[in-house]
Design a protein around this ligand. Structure first.
Ligand code: HEM
Length: 502
């Protein structure tokens, strides 16, 4: 071997040995955090797939019972995930402006929502957050109450036509889809009336195949996913969704430009019509001091797609579990009906913004349901520098962190008798001594849910409409849906209910 080749080989071997020893050191540091023993190559993916039959919630419950409020597991052999269930640790992450980058799993959303508000980081996220925050001003939200009312009227009439046991989640998905299309894009897809339209089918297919992917670790990489059945369904449906939002954004921009030219269109003037402003209109409206648009059509489309994902599957799950909890607790249902009587009497008038504010008990019911059934059961961050947390643990740089709102909400240390559904946990006097990060279904800090107020209004409005017209009961005594914590909380066999007129 000539001396140059030998020297190169020695440099290579020295480099490889150094990297290997660094990696070993890092793995040892990660493994100082308690957690299930990992096997070569598959890590703990094996446990999730075979022992727990892909049920993330059951897996996390079993591991937190065994290893405590901080534990780690390995996805394959290279991705360590540290799960945090202690409010004090969750506070360290959420209250910091440093740890705002989302973890690797959010990359699976990129083909759909790109790097919009939910998935972006750094300067892009800061700029977008500043730009989009005014979009959720309460005056803007108030104009959506009419939309909530109109679509929940359709929901109630569909519910009253049912007999026997129904899966309420299917009804709620269509209702919240109608709401988000109208509020985010200003379009009507009539999902509740035409559930087989190409757009509604595409939303269903994208969400179903996205959830299927999150549960199958071997599909996390793009190469295998794109050739799999789930991947092909996802990509085909995505083409329909992207074309729809692209067309809406373009046509809305053209409409605005032509309206600007004509100042106010004759028909609007004649009718004296006050048009409702969708989120999309506000994004189109956003411009700098010289009148230059702050977002191009691609940027606007990312944000509209983000609202479409984050703004309807979450509320559909939220309302479904709220209605289940009401059905399971007749005393709660009676109290809610009383509150509605106090507010509306015999009138069938639609709810106003003031009515929603007066629904104090309904608000507690919504909050308590989100404690036990948070729509977003877990959210994640990437950690880029060693991070000390409580109990003397250090999360090494390079780990992903998963904050489990679901496990925190069911932790007896913070919620005595945690299985009990008790809306009065949220009476002001009962919340004062609770750790502020023990209840964060909408996350907290810089990256909290921008749609929180919208979601609370929609959930209260829809639940109150259902309670004013329907009586809810369980399919059989003691029924409890088995939850599965995917990106959005689901029940394995749906959320089953029976409906009768009130
Ligand atoms: C029950 C309903 C909802 C729940 C429980 C919920 C929960 C959450 C949570 C936990 C996050 C943080 C996720 C993370 O850190 O990865 C989040 C972020 C977000 N949510 Fe919601 N959400 C709901 C409804 C909505 C609605 C209706 C919209 C829009 C209309 C919305 C828009 C967003 C956006 C854009 C973000 C990203 C914010 C950012 O990173 O700056 N959400 N949501």
């Amino acid at each position: 071997m000539d001396p140059i080749t030998l020297a190169l080989l020695l440099v290579f071997l020295a480099g490889a040995t150094y990297l290997l020893s660094q990696r070993r050191k890092w793995v040892r540091q990660v493994d100082l955090i308690p957690g299930p023993p990992a096997i070569p190559i598959l890590g703990n993916t094996w446990d999730i797939m075979w022992r727990f039959k892909f049920n993330q919630t059951r897996t996390m419950e079993a591991w937190t019972k065994k290893y405590g409020d901080v534990f780690r597991f390995w996805v394959g052999c290279s991705v360590p995930v540290v799960v945090l269930v202690k409010p004090e640790d969750v506070e360290i992450i959420l209250s910091s402006n440093k740890h705002i980058e989302k973890s690797y799993v959010y990359r699976q959303l990129h083909p759909w929502i790109g790097t919009g508000l939910l998935t972006s980081s750094g300067k892009k996220w800061h700029t977008r957050r500043k730009l989009i925050t005014p979009t959720f001003h309460f005056r803007i939200l108030d104009q959506f109450i009419e939309v909530f009312n109109r679509h929940s009227d359709i929901l109630v009439s569909r519910l009253l036509k049912t007999s026997g046991t129904i899966n309420i989640h299917e009804f709620m998905t269509l209702c919240t889809l109608d709401v988000i299309c109208e509020t985010a894009m200003g379009t009507k897809v009539n999902a509740q009336k035409e559930k087989d339209s190409s757009y509604v089918t595409a939303i269903h297919d994208v969400i179903t195949s996205f959830h299927a992917r999150t549960m199958k670790p071997w599909l996390h990489g793009d190469a295998l996913f794109n050739v799999s059945k789930d991947g092909r369904t996802f990509n085909k449906a995505l083409t329909v969704l992207h074309k729809y939002t692209r067309d809406v954004v373009e046509s809305r921009r053209r409409e605005r430009e032509s309206n600007r030219r004509d100042s106010l269109s004759a028909t609007d003037k004649e009718l004296g019509m006050k048009k409702r402003i969708a989120f999309l209109d506000q994004l189109l409206q956003a411009s700098d001091s010289s009148g230059k648009p702050l977002l191009d059509d691609g940027g606007i489309q990312e944000e509209v797609d983000t609202f479409m994902f984050e703004g309807h599957d979450t509320t559909a799950a939220g309302i479904s579990f709220i209605l289940y909890n009401i059905a399971a607790h007749p005393e709660v249902q009676d109290k809610l009906a009383e509150e509605m009587d106090d507010i509306f009497g015999d009138s069938s008038r639609p709810a106003t913004s003031q009515d929603l504010q007066n629904m104090k008990y309904a608000e507690r019911v919504v909050k308590e349901s989100l404690r036990l059934y948070p729509s977003v059961p877990v959210f994640g961050r990437s950690i880029h520098e060693d991070l000390p947390i409580t109990g003397g643990h250090v999360i090494p740089a390079g780990c992903s962190v998963a904050m489990s709102v679901l496990l925190m909400g069911r932790n007896a240390k913070h919620w005595p008798n945690p299985e009990k559904f008790d809306p009065d946990r949220f009476l002001p006097e009962n919340t004062v001594s609770r750790h502020p990060y023990a209840y964060v279904p909408f996350s907290a800090g810089a990256r909290n849910c921008i749609g929180q107020k919208f979601a609370m209004m929609e959930m209260k409005s829809t639940v109150s409409k259902v309670i004013r017209h329907c009586k809810l009961s369980l399919p059989y005594p003691g029924y409890k849906p088995e939850v599965e914590g995917r990106a959005i909380l689901k029940a394995n066999d749906g959320v089953l209910l029976r409906i009768s007129p009130r």
